[in-house]
Design a protein around this ligand. Sequence first.
Ligand code: NAD
Length: 396
Amino acid sequence: MKKICVIGLGYIGLPTAALLANRGYEVHGVDVVKSTVDIINRGEIHIVEPELDTFVKAAVNSGKLKADLKPAEADVFIIAVPTPFHEGYVPNVDYIVSATKAIVPYVKGGDIVILESTSPVGTTDMMESVLKENGVDTTKLYIAHCPERVLPGQIMRELVENDRIVGGTTSEATAVTVEFYKTFVSGEVLSTDAKTAEMAKLTENSFRDTNIAFANELSILCDKFAIDVWELIALANRHPRVNILQPGAGVGGHCIAVDPWFIVHAGGEDAKMIRTAREVNTYKTEWAIEKIKNAALKFENENGRKAKVACMGLAFKPDIDDLRESPALFITRRLLADGLDVLAVEPNISEHKEFEVVNYSEAIEEADVVTFLVAHKEFKNLDIETDLDFCGVTNK
Ligand SMILES: NC(=O)c1ccc[n+]([C@@H]2O[C@H](COP(=O)([O-])OP(=O)(O)OC[C@H]3O[C@@H](n4cnc5c(N)ncnc54)[C@H](O)[C@@H]3O)[C@@H](O)[C@H]2O)c1
């Protein structure tokens, strides 16, 4: 196994391609976006991730990593394309289908084909069917799913150190793929079948979602009972077997807020708790919007003018610039759409195409109502009292 073809050069594919190239593999990276291909071939990067620039530069300079718009022959194919959902939370595996079709002319007997994208149960089998329907003799291939579980910000370390789950469509495929991962992973590489591997990844994210939903529901109940939820959770967590997570303005990001729907879509009526957790987390965002609007209305009634509302944070979690599926962004957009006078604050970005991004100290100075949506480090030592701290940042 010398040549690797990585399809999809985003947050997962590019670090994987660069790591493998630095480990001596010849890597052919593929992306459908020309500017991405060009940037990588210059030894530069198009995404923000610590240490990735060094890895990509070294890989390109040594000639071990080349990016292209088309796949090439290889011993191992790794598919790391997006898996969002369509309208109505229906999983969208279109990118996987088109990436699979794209490798058809290049796969040959003995090759390994790995799906790394987070996928609904049955997608690896579906990938095999797509290859078969397009004339590939899949009995001679090793096809497996190996879900990725890295944390953005620590990808280069976690790619190597995390334990991995490998599930093949046959036991031979599992065994051969495990051997491949063992060449660059220092964590344990665990064997299972394809469906279990797919469900394991979805389960990990649903576990997080469900536990955050519990904390979010507590926060709503505590507001009703006039109890400080942060103090409550800190106290309850002193029980040796209790570990409640922190509430927030909802749940965001392209993983935890998305993947549980893959289970709900296939599980239907039987996915009761996982669906409810998604609904509770979505409701928490709506609940926060109502509270902010009520505070703004109260100010207007008392002062005879519209309130200026500072929305502190837009990202989906603290200290990052990622706004994907962000409840804070959703809240800010909704307040604006509903006619409120909003000051949008996000210390991790300099501009946004929809609204002016205001410096946090200026926003606080100018605002009549301040709401904390994300617990960014910049907000931690501000001396502000507000009932609208949805992320507990003023408690820390
Ligand atoms: N980013 C994370 O932290 C993370 C963690 C675990 C799992 N995942 C999963 O990994 C998968 C990839 O996520 P990502 O964050 O790298 O996405 P991304 O959007 O950063 O990158 C995907 C890349 O694939 C390219 N692409 C789309 N269709 C293509 C095709 N047919 N052929 C070639 N390239 C194509 C896109 O242009 C893009 O550059 C998703 O399933 C995601 O859920 C992501």
